[in-house]
Design a protein around this ligand. Structure first.
Ligand code: PLP
Length: 420
């Protein structure tokens, strides 16, 4: 038996994927009369029954506004909401639960840093570094702010395999660099970036680093203290949780020194009609204006507990097995080119096929029950760099099987035969 086959067996023996699948009702549905093969996990992951149940339970038993009332429901809802903050603290290995700010998602977390920290610290002559691998949500907030504040936005290039050019990064870093904003794992290519090393280098220049962890949180243990991240963001709906909720982690001293972003209820200590007379709540509440997505936050806590029960590193290992299997199989397809072949990759397989439009492949393969992503994956500048407008992308999660990869590959071969 080959080494890979043995690895596959070992990982499979440790990982009971059929038992996991049974917890996801959506995986039992059909699409166009075929069993659903869901390989668009980098866009959103599916949700296990225990997380879905949180919603029914919350509205049936607990529904009340938090941090306000003194009645029982308000107390219980507040406790359940704050329990997620403690859960996120442990999930990220933060020092203190007060470093966890709830947002609508990664996008809002990045915008919060841009509008609060950015407006406080950035101006003409300053530089912000992002990378060519960034999602639009870690590009556009900085562009909007640069137009307003007059700082310069610079881009760390990637090599032909889709790894960040670390020499270029070091060359770009200088005393003008105030902030580095990079993703931990690229959603378009799957590249895992050396964020700990990047943080060390940024700090040597006195810059602050924000890490977009939307694609890392579902696949590997995150330790914000080990990375020495100043800010770290992720989204609930990519870690088996609900949409509408995400997290911004920040170093306590940074968050404490930052001004509020949005004003409203929940974020104040006292309010007077004298604008300078209004005072703000402590971190993290000063960044959480208005009634939050209470049920979603509680459900996120349940999703993270689920991920911990399964083991995030075991999930990551299983996804590597799926990725290896898929990479090997699609490499045999004539005219197929994989975009993004970095040595350290998460479970993302992006590719283009000679003589076949990605969109046609996506539409036709859906007819066979297979859900993949086609398009620019919110990373247009990156795809331009590789000379393509769009790719097909299959991305894996804990509940995907080797058989599903085989179904995907034979469906892909059929579809390519039809469009060529
Ligand atoms: C999905 C994603 C985002 C945006 O997340 P939202 O949940 O849409 O806010 C940002 N960065 C990366 C790397 C992503 O994959």
């Amino acid at each position: 038996m080959s080494d890979t086959a043995i690895d596959t067996l070992r990982a499979g023996a440790r990982f009971d994927v059929e038992a996991l699948r049974a917890q996801f009702p959506i995986l039992r549905r059909e699409v166009h009369g075929k069993p659903l093969v869901y390989l668009d996990n980098a866009a959103t992951s599916q949700t296990p029954q225990v997380v879905i149940d949180v919603f029914g339970d919350y509205y049936a038993r607990l529904n009340a506004n938090i941090h306000r009332g003194l009645h029982t429901l308000a107390d219980e809802a507040t406790a359940a909401f704050e329990a997620t903050r403690a859960r996120v603290k442990a999930f990220l290995n933060a020092e203190d639960a007060r470093q966890v700010v709830f947002t609508r998602g990664t996008t809002e977390a990045i915008n919060l840093v841009a509008q609060s920290f950015g407006r406080q610290h950035l101006g003409p002559g300053d530089e912000v570094l992002i990378s060519m691998l960034e999602h639009h949500s870690n590009i556009v907030p900085w562009q909007l702010l640069a137009l307003d504040l007059g700082f310069t936005l610079k881009v760390i290039p990637v090599d032909e395999r889709g790894s960040l050019d670390m020499q270029a990064y070091q060359a770009l870093l200088c005393e003008r660099t105030k902030l580095v904003a990079v993703n931990h794992v690229s959603n378009a290519l799957g590249t895992i970036n050396p964020v700990k090393e990047m943080a060390r280098l940024a700090h040597e220049q006195g810059a602050v680093i924000l890490i977009d962890g939307a694609q890392a949180a579902p696949h590997q243990t995150i330790d914000v203290q080990d990375i020495d991240a100043d800010f770290y963001a992720f989204s609930g709906h990519k870690v088996y949780g609900p949409t509408g909720v995400g997290v911004l982690y920040g170093k306590k001293a940074l968050l404490d020194a930052m001004p509020p972003w949005q004003g409203g209820g929940e974020m104040i200590k006292t309010v007077s009609f004298e604008p300078s007379g209004t005072t703000f709540a402590e971190t993290p509440h000063k960044f959480e204006a208005g009634t939050p997505a209470i049920a979603e936050v509680i459900a996120l806590g349940r999703a993270l507990a689920w991920v911990e029960e399964v083991g995030v590193d075991a999930i990551g290992e299983w996804e590597s097995v799926l990725l290896d299997h898929a990479t090997r199989a699609v490499s045999r397809i004539d005219g197929l080119k994989i975009i993004g072949t970095a040595p350290h990759k998460a479970g993302v397989l992006s590719f283009v096929v000679d003589g076949a439009h990605s969109q046609d492949i996506g539409l036709l393969i859906d007819q066979l029950g297979v859900a993949i992503r086609t398009g620019h994956h919110c990373a247009q500048p990156l795809l331009h760099h590789f000379g393509v407008e769009a790719t097909c992308r299959a991305s894996f999660a804990a509940y995907n099987t080797l058989e599903e990869v085989d179904v995907f590959v034979s469906a892909l071969e059929r579809v390519i035969g039809m469009v060529r």
